[in-house]
Design a protein around this ligand. Structure first.
Ligand code: FAD
Ligand code: DHB
Length: 394
């Protein structure tokens, strides 16, 4: 079989790219290693930038988002047991929307199923072949039988652990990486959120945040050490940490039944190029951010918006968009990388530093930074501009 665009990975990037191509009449096939149930069950990001919401709306993919998304004017930054609201509407005239990645993936997949798109689950041993030639092929096995898919382009939307980036020879790509001595323990709890807007809190014990998924479900995170085991975090210990770190006078954090809990390590990673011949990378396959700025999912959508437009222009005879895709995507991404690193360092505690005085110095300078950011109109506006999202297209 053959297609025009072979998309590897059915995360948000791959599923969204499929819709952008489908609407322009470009044939595509999505190959996904996992089962449909596995893809639908993954709980991850939660915040959509205005640009992501607009992209979904422009393409008629926002029905569920409009029904279930929670629009927010801004965020609360908390430190020294005080909360400071940063109002994006006042500062930059934009909002953000809390809408779980899980809901987005479910909606995009349901729409593909309605359209009868080619989405192959449990495609094993996927390998892009001959991408530096004129006619790439993707080989894989399905139900134990070898398959081949010829195409014009391969798009690697297969996430950080995917095969596409790793298939590029070492002299064709470099990865720039930074690991953090932090992890996030995230929970979902059956309890109405105790806050209107999201709370990002710096506390001496470490970072904590309060997000949500619906008027009935709260999503909360606490900073842990990266190697910690979830087995060491009983529900009571998690609520204790959240109560301590999120506590402010005259406010109560309501507790509820924890329905999901997991620990995610934190790293920053960016490739030197998002292109190898006729193969393009998009989303986590090309870059990872620590979650503090809520940028992972949004960056994946920004990449595929740019890439889809370039593929359509290429079919119309204009090749410049594809030639510039990697440079343009990376230029936006490095700004996002800086913001995510900045938010992360401002709000997390370096518990691994052995010297108590050095730790205290760092903590106090972070409080100074947060006092500056919340006290300065210019600094608040810069945060708002980046959190609500940089433009999707150059
Ligand atoms: P993915 O969602 O990773 O999708 C890649 C897809 O490719 C997967 O379905 C995978 O099964 C498939 N695949 C992988 N290898 C192959 C292969 N060889 N062959 C075929 N298919 C393959 N971001 C935030 O902003 N906030 C958060 O709170 C947050 N939490 C996160 C928690 C976790 C545990 C993780 C891993 C990420 C989190 N992120 C968060 C980041 C955000 O979820 C990602 O940026 C987003 O999922 C990127 O989408 P993607 O489509 O590029 O990649
Ligand atoms: C959520 C995740 C984030 O990384 C973030 O910065 C804000 C909210 C969430 O899962 O709701």
């Amino acid at each position: 079989p053959s297609t025009s665009v072979a998309i590897i990975g059915a995360g948000p990037a791959g599923l969204m790219l499929g819709h952008l191509l489908a609407q322009a009449g470009v044939p595509f096939t999505i190959l996904e290693a996992q089962t449909r149930e596995h893809v639908l069950g993954r709980i991850r990001a939660g915040v959509l930038e205005q640009g992501s919401v607009d992209l979904l709306a422009e393409h008629g993919l926002d029905a569920d988002l409009r029904a279930r998304g929670l629009t927010h004017r801004g965020i609360h930054l908390q430190f020294e047991r005080e909360r400071h609201h940063v109002d994006f509407v006042d500062l930059v005239g934009r909002t953000v929307t809390v809408y779980g990645q899980q809901a987005l993936v479910a909606h995009l997949l349901a729409e593909h199923e309605r359209l009868g798109s080619n989405v192959v689950f449990e495609a094993h041993d996927v390998q892009p072949v001959g991408v530096t030639g004129s006619r790439p092929t993707v080989v894989f096995t399905k139900d134990g039988a070898p398959e081949q898919l010829e195409c014009d382009f391969v798009v690697g939307t297969d996430g950080y652990h995917g095969v596409c980036r790793r298939s590029i020879p070492a002299d064709g790509i470099v990865g720039y990486e930074r690991a953090y001595p932090f992890g996030w323990l995230g929970i979902l709890a059956d309890v109405p959120p105790s806050t209107d807007d999201l709370v990002y809190a710096l506390h001496r014990d470490g970072f904590a945040m309060h997000s949500m998924r619906s008027p009935e479900v709260s999503r909360l995170y606490v900073q842990v050490a990266p190697g910690e085991s979830i087995d060491d975090w009983s529900d009571a210990r998690i609520w204790d940490a959240l109560q301590t770190r999120l506590g402010v006078d005259g406010w109560t954090l309501e507790e509820g039944r924890i329905t999901e809990k997991s620990i995610t390590p934190m790293r920053s990673f960016v490739v030197s190029t998002m292109q190898h011949g006729r193969m393009f990378l998009a989303g986590d396959a090309g870059h990872i951010v620590p979650p503090t700025g809520a940028k992972g999912l949004n960056s994946a959508l920004a990449d595929v918006a740019l890439l889809a437009r370039a593929i359509l222009e290429h079919r119309g005879g204009d090749h410049t968009g594809l030639e510039r895709y990697s440079a343009r995507a990376l230029a936006r991404q490095w700004k996002v990388q800086h913001f995510s690193q900045w938010m992360t360092e401002m709000l997390h505690v370096h518990q691994e530093v052995p010297d108590a005085s050095a730790r205290a110095f760092r903590y106090r300078s972070q409080v100074g930074q947060l006092e500056y950011v919340t006290g300065s109109q210019a600094a608040r506006q810069s945060l708002a501009e980046q959190y609500a999202g940089l433009p999707f297209t150059p």
